[in-house]
Design a binder for this molecule. Structure first.
Ligand SMILES: NC(=O)c1ccc[n+]([C@@H]2O[C@H](COP(=O)([O-])OP(=O)(O)OC[C@H]3O[C@@H](n4cnc5c(N)ncnc54)[C@H](O)[C@@H]3O)[C@@H](O)[C@H]2O)c1
Length: 289
C-alpha cells in the first residue's frame, strides 16, 4: 500500500483543528502542532502525531517533515481578550506565523491560512477594531504576498463565528455559545455583552471543517469565505435558550455587523453550511449536563 502523504495542522488540538483532523485522517498522515494555550489534550484523536510546542519553533520541532499541505490554524483566536493579551497575540500571530510562513517557503508545499471574517465586518472597518482582527487581516495579506513573492501555492479561508463540539465553554476564553451552554446547563442566567444587537453568522464547526478540507485539497488563492447565511444577534441567540438574560457592560472590539460572502466556495465546490443554530441549541437543551 502506498504511504500516506503528510499534512501538518497547527492548532490541531483546538476546536476547528480537531474536527478538521477527523476528516483528514482517512487519507493523510497527520502531524499536529499545538502549544495548548487553548487546545486540549482531550481533543486528541488516535492516529495523529501530536507535537507540543509554539509555532515559532516549527522548524526545530517539525524540521524533518515534508508535508503536502500545512493548515495553519494555530494562532491566538479571541477578539475581545486580545486587547489584554497583546504580547501573546503578537508572539503567536506575528512571530509564530512568520516562522510558519518561512517553514512553508522552504518546503514549497501548499499552505492554507485560517483567516477571520472580522476583516470584512462593519463595511471593512472590522479589521482595525481589535488587535486580533488587525493581525489576522494583516496575515492574510502576508500569506498572499508570500505566494506571489516566492511562487508558492496557498489558499485563504475566512471563518465566521464557530460553534459546536469542542467549543471552549469555561474560563476567560470561552466562546459565546460555549458560555451560554455552560450557563444554561448550570441553571444560571445567560450573560450577554451589551448592546446585544451585534450580529454574527454562527457557523457549525462541521461545516467549517468540511469547507476547510475542500479548500485544502482543491482551492487556490484568496477569498474562501466559510460561513452560514443565517445571521442572529447575540441577544437573539441567548433568547433561544429560554433562560433569564443579564446584560453585561459593553466591551471594545465588538463589531456590529458581519457580511457573509461564501460565493467562491459555493461556486467552486458547491459548499454550503448545512447546520443551523436553532437545531444545535435545541439539541443542547435536551442533553444532560
Ligand atoms: N472560531 C472562530 O469563530 C474563528 C473565526 C475566524 C477565524 N478563526 C481562526 O481559525 C483558527 C482555529 O480557530 P479555533 O476556533 O479552532 O480556535 P482555537 O483557539 O480552539 O484553536 C487554535 C489552536 O491553536 C493553538 N495555538 C495558539 N497559538 C499557538 C502557537 N503559537 N503555537 C501552537 N499552537 C497555538 C491553541 O492552543 C489552539 O489549540 C484560528 O487561527 C482562528 O483565529 C476562528
Amino acid at each position: 500500500m502506498a504511504e500516506k502523504e503528510t499534512v501538518i495542522v497547527t492548532g490541531g488540538a483546538g476546536m476547528i483543528g480537531s474536527r478538521l483532523i477527523e476528516l483528514l485522517l482517512p487519507t493523510y498522515r497527520v502531524v499536529a502542532l499545538d502549544n495548548y494555550f487553548i487546545g486540549k489534550k482531550e481533543n486528541h484523536i488516535p492516529g495523529v502525531e501530536y507535537i507540543e510546542g509554539h509555532t515559532k519553533d516549527i522548524e526545530a520541532l517539525l524540521g524533518k517533515e515534508m508535508p503536502k499541505i500545512i493548515f495553519h490554524l494555530g494562532e491566538y483566536s479571541r477578539v475581545e481578550q486580545s486587547f489584554k493579551d497583546l504580547e501573546l497575540v503578537w508572539q503567536s500571530n506575528v512571530l509564530g506565523t512568520h516562522y510558519v510562513l518561512e517553514y512553508w517557503r522552504k518546503r514549497g508545499c501548499k499552505l492554507v491560512y485560517a483567516g477571520s471574517s472580522t476583516k470584512f465586518a462593519d463595511g471593512g472597518m472590522g479589521r482595525d477594531q481589535s488587535p486580533y482582527a488587525w493581525m489576522k487581516a494583516s496575515n492574510t495579506e502576508l500569506v498572499k504576498n508570500y505566494g506571489a513573492w516566492f511562487d508558492l501555492p496557498f489558499a485563504i479561508t475566512y471563518f465566521y463565528n464557530a460553534y459546536g463540539p469542542h467549543e471552549l465553554s469555561e474560563g476567560p476564553y470561552a466562546s459565546v455559545m460555549g458560555r451560554f451552554k455552560t450557563q444554561y446547563w448550570a441553571g444560571e442566567p445567560i450573560t450577554v455583552v451589551a448592546p446585544g444587537t451585534q450580529k454574527r453568522n454562527f457557523t457549525h464547526v462541521d461545516d467549517l471543517a468540511r469547507g476547510l478540507l475542500m479548500v485544502g485539497e482543491k482551492g487556490q488563492g484568496d477569498e474562501y469565505g466559510l460561513g452560514s447565511h443565517e445571521s442572529y444577534s447575540v441577544l437573539e441567540v441567548a433568547q433561544m435558550f429560554g433562560s433569564e438574560i443579564v446584560m453585561l457592560p459593553e466591551r471594545p472590539g465588538n463589531r456590529m455587523e458581519s457580511v457573509v460572502d461564501t460565493s467562491r466556495a459555493e461556486r467552486e465546490f458547491g459548499w454550503k453550511a448545512e447546520h443551523t443554530v436553532g437545531e444545535y441549541i435545541e439539541g443542547l437543551k435536551k442533553q444532560q449536563k
